[in-house]
Ligand binder design. Structure first.
Ligand code: SF4
Length: 811
């Protein structure tokens, strides 16, 4: 048994390069439940981050009573992290689950039956469609539904209503991953595989605190590091994360300067001749643009702008340039920062320069944050056209119209889809009068929360919220719909390396709660959405029908699911897409022959100017004729829009801790996780703490031009001049309001976004900090993660005790 709060990554199982990662089956059962008591183990995959670890759910007397990893699963080889072990099942089995629909009456929410709630929604929807048309409707969804649910939502939003105002919280999370791959390779979809960790000589993590965001993936890296031939490691992160502690080179860049660093790395690689000229000549375009953009960025110029040592820039470039097989991973440190798409494209460009794609160990993982973000992007619930189709390509539009049996003009394709920040802007201005939010909590997760609360509270806005709990967002709703959770419904989802799992229903949902798919199908029926021949638009009886419909939609596209089935997924476990006649077992890596998805008739986008976001358009794109070659897309560096000033002299950045996921809707209800990180804190470097006369645990007020938060201070390992805040904490569990004790990190962030991916910039803002009161003890920040104290041993260590003990079975 092992305390998996104290030991996040579990027991080491070292292995050598090219070897097979040994299995280690992790298991946690509820207190008082023995293995012999478990009546059924139901196949699933964990839904608490994008890693998608294969697992079995333990069922006893109609309840989920635990979880174990699946040894044979290609993703995790049996392992589970703390969120999977403790929150996946406990986080949904809680007394405060929503069990009946709620409708607003006389200012308050009261219980209602489904018919009343759904009729209220349909009535308002019909009235607004008649009065104002489809542009009055907006849908804001999640990265945590199942594929089948996203596809249903995409079809009803586009072909039923005809609104372009659809997006998901994937916009906050992985929109830049998709955008960078579309710009460079012609379509979304990870080129690499998790097995690239097993094969590589070097791993470079760009703004990716893998140790906390995908703990099981990091365990795989740790096991390579513990093996006989450990890979070199480079970490780009302004904090001293666990990744940084293991790195050969840690580039603690000044927030907002990622692009300058990337220009410098590329310049060094080119200057030293570490490029594959044949690959560049045969498989890429626009090398001249890249050369011109990086030319000024000597290591010394990078050092001046990014605040890192020139020698470290040289050493990092050398590791990339001289290793035979490099795996690169990218996450929010790039995606939620200034010049997000341009910086992420530069990572793609490094791999193109060395021809390091499509071969074992030469992986590129433009990571996802959320478990099913990939499916939202594939299915088009984020506003894109399903199947990675191009809204500017009339043939793609026609294909969808034929598939759905509606006119092409029915669904919007005259402009790009509306991104999240713009959807809320339209709600603020009043042109959107009907907003349906599913499985996400913008009252805590969107930037500039004071403004967000004003929008959600607008009396003219008809707000539908569909969730497991009465979240901070649901409290503003006109109608609240109780949704079934993971384990209470069946469906599929796809992780970062394109592995699709089927998650089977283990138990019945509580009370009247229904699956998100059921709710969307019900709405479609009530609205009478129909095909041209008069038959129902969505005539699916359940998730398997929806999956089959999606298979047809994906056929022939990069994310081809046509060779899968529920039976095959159940029998085989995870299968990577594309899975079709040509690749019946799935395809481990994309672009193995150096042919990319950039052919004009096939590509998902004609691309953008990475500085302005202006579209390239079909004519200019066809003139370029990339015809299967990848594109070196880049942009000049410019400073972030909000820099420190006399009034706000510190930089502000936000992020996660290993113990929580998003706004803690599930992880905050898992006792072991909540005890490990129970409340908000902010992190400050020792030098800044001294300057401000602040000690560990003292209470600080941090303010930006948009708001303020009050939190205890952890004197930690963050870059000097920078304040870090975890973004998980809202208000549902304290009984306090933002006026009593503002603690949500997004009270301070700004409404700005990347011009191409439209991802909000959470990691750049200017703040000031003042000491408000002496503390009564250490900050409630874990000591086991990047938030550990700068002085080891100065605060009690984070442990989980008996309740956090999980079984690890080594094979
Ligand atoms: S790494 Fe992610 S998917 Fe795996 S158990 Fe942890 S939270 Fe779940």
């Amino acid at each position: 048994m092992s305390d998996r709060i104290a030991d996040i990554w579990g027991t080491r199982t070292p292995f050598e390069q090219g070897g097979n990662w040994p299995a280690r089956v992790d298991q946690k059962l509820a207190e008082g439940v023995a293995e012999a008591d478990v009546q059924r183990w139901v196949k699933s995959a964990c839904l608490l981050c994008s890693n998608g670890c294969g697992c079995d759910i333990a069922v006893k007397d109609g309840r989920m009573v635990g979880i174990r990893g699946r040894a044979e699963d290609r993703v995790n080889h049996g392992r589970l992290g703390p969120k999977g072990l403790f929150a996946s099942w406990q986080g949904v089995d809680n007394r405060d689950r929503l069990t009946a629909p709620l409708v607003r009456e006389n200012g308050g929410l009261v219980e209602a039956d489904w018919d009343t709630a759904m009729e209220r929604i349909a009535e308002r929807s019909r009235a607004l469609l008649e009065e104002k048309g489809p542009l009055s409707h907006g849908f804001y969804t999640s990265g945590q539904l199942f594929l089948e649910e996203y596809y249903a939502l995409a079809v009803l939003g586009k072909a039923g209503i005809g609104t372009p105002h659809m997006d998901g919280n994937t916009r906050l999370c992985t929109a830049t991953a998709a955008a960078s791959m579309k710009e460079s390779f012609g379509a979304d979809g990870q080129p690499g595989s998790y097995t690239d960790i097993d094969e590589c000589d070097a791993i470079i993590l760009y703004g990716h605190n893998m140790a906390e965001t995908q703990t099981v993936l990091w365990a795989r890296v740790l096991d390579r590091i513990a093996g006989p031939d450990q890979p070199s490691l480079v970490c780009v992160d302004p904090r001293g994360t666990e990744v940084a502690r293991h790195a050969d080179v840690h580039l603690a860049v000044r927030p907002g300067t990622n692009l300058a660093l990337m220009h410098g790395l590329i310049r060094e690689v080119i200057e030293n001749g570490w490029i594959d000229e044949d690959y560049v000549a045969g498989h890429t375009q626009r090398f001249g643009d890249l050369l011109a953009a990086v030319e000024p960025w000597t290591p010394e110029a990078v050092a001046g702008t990014c605040g890192v040592a020139a020698a470290d820039v040289r050493r990092a470039a050398e590791i990339f340039g001289t290793s035979q097989r490099v795996l690169s991973t990218v996450l929010q440190g790039f995606y939620q920062s200034w010049q997000a798409t341009a910086s992420s494209c530069q990572v793609n460009n490094l791999h193109l320069l060395r021809g390091m794609l499509g071969r074992p160990g030469c992986g590129l993982l433009q990571m996802n944050g959320q478990p099913t973000a990939q499916n939202n992007r594939e299915c088009g619930a984020d506003g894109d056209l399903p199947g990675f189709r191009n809204w500017e390509n009339p043939k793609h539009v026609r294909e969808l119209a034929e598939l759905w049996g509606v006119d092409e003009l029915k669904f919007p394709h005259w402009a790009p889809p509306t991104h999240a920040a713009q959807i809320f802007r339209y709600a603020e201005q009043g042109s959107i009068g009907f907003l349906w939010i599913s499985a996400t909590n913008p009252a805590v997760s969107m930037p500039e929360l004071q403004r967000m609360r004003r929008i959600l509270a607008k009396p003219e806005l008809f707000l539908v919220v569909q969730d497991l709990y009465l979240t901070e967002t649901a409290q503003y709703a006109d109608v609240v719909l109780p949704a079934a959770a993971w384990g209470e419904k069946t469906g599929t989802f796809t992780n970062v390396d394109r592995t699709v799992h089927l998650s089977d229903q283990a138990i019945e949902p509580p009370g009247q709660a229904r699956s998100d798919l059921d709710i969307f199908l019900d709405y479609s029926r009530r609205m009478g959405f129909a095909r041209n021949d008069g038959s129902p638009l969505l005539d699916w009886a359940g998730p398997e029908d929806a999956f089959r419909a999606w298979q047809e939609c994906s056929r022939g596209r990069p994310c081809d699911y046509s060779g899968m089935s529920y039976a095959k997924l159940l029998a085989r476990g995870g299968i990577q897409w594309p899975c079709n006649e040509e690749h019946p077992d799935g395809l481990e890596r994309l672009y193995t022959d150096g042919t990319f998805s950039t052919e004009a008739g096939y590509c998902e986008t004609y691309g953008h100017d990475l500085t302005t976001g202006a579209t390239v358009g079909p004519t200019a794109y066809r003139a370029m004729a990339p015809a299967g070659r990848a594109l070196f897309k880049t942009a000049p560096y410019s400073p972030p829009p909000e820099e420190p000033s006399d009034e706000y002299p510190l930089r502000y950045t936000t992020g996660r801790t290993a113990y929580h996921f998003h706004t803690r809707t599930k992880t905050g209800r898992a006792p072991q996780l909540n005890a490990a990180a129970p409340d908000m804190w902010v992190e400050l470097s020792a030098a800044d703490a001294q300057r401000y006369g602040i000690g560990e645990g003292d209470i600080a007020v941090v303010s930006s031009a948009r708001g303020r938060i009050t939190a205890p201070v952890r004197i930690g390992d963050v870059r000097e001049g920078t304040v870090f805040a975890p973004f998980h904490y809202g208000y549902w569990d304290t009984g306090e309001s933002p006026d009593d004790r503002p603690r949500a990190a997004n009270e301070l962030t700004m409404t700005e976004w990347d011009p191409v991916s439209k991802q909000p910039i959470f990691k750049n803002a200017a703040v000031r900090l003042e000491k408000a009161a002496a503390g009564s003890g250490p900050a409630p920040a874990p000591t086991t993660t990047a938030s550990r104290p700068a002085q080891p041993g100065t605060v009690p260590a984070t442990v989980g005790g008996a309740a956090a003990e999980a079984r690890e079975e080594l094979t």
